[in-house]
Design a binder for this molecule. Sequence first.
Ligand code: AMP
Length: 116
Amino acid sequence: MAEETIFSKIIRKEIPADILYQDDLVTAFRDINPRAPSHVLIIPNKLIPTVNEVQEADELALGRMFTVAKKIAEQEGIAEDGYRLLVNCNSHGGQEVYHIHMHLVGGRPLGPLLMS
Ligand code: AMP
């Protein structure tokens, strides 16, 4: 069984986070180290360490991450100008927290694909 990360504690509200949305499948909260005016993390409530561990049974939660991203982008006022959704996987992908998360980043022009 995969080891829990700090994100499980955020889901259970055992440590503080600026949670923007939560339902039975996903939780969204502001990144503690924002790289743009809007930087939100959207995560499944179930611990899936990386994209490599994704299963078909997770498709509902993973799909929900997109509909929540869309709603939050609208709420943040960045939907029309645009934004970026990013999922890092393992060390070459720059993943630091081993609980799958979608970065929703926007509020300024983001430049070419890679962000450092
Ligand atoms: P990644 O490099 O894709 O694994 O991204 C992990 C992200 O989690 C980074 O952008 C961190 O700033 C963010 N992060 C780590 N700890 C917390 C926390 N306690 N609350 C909010 N965001 C966090």
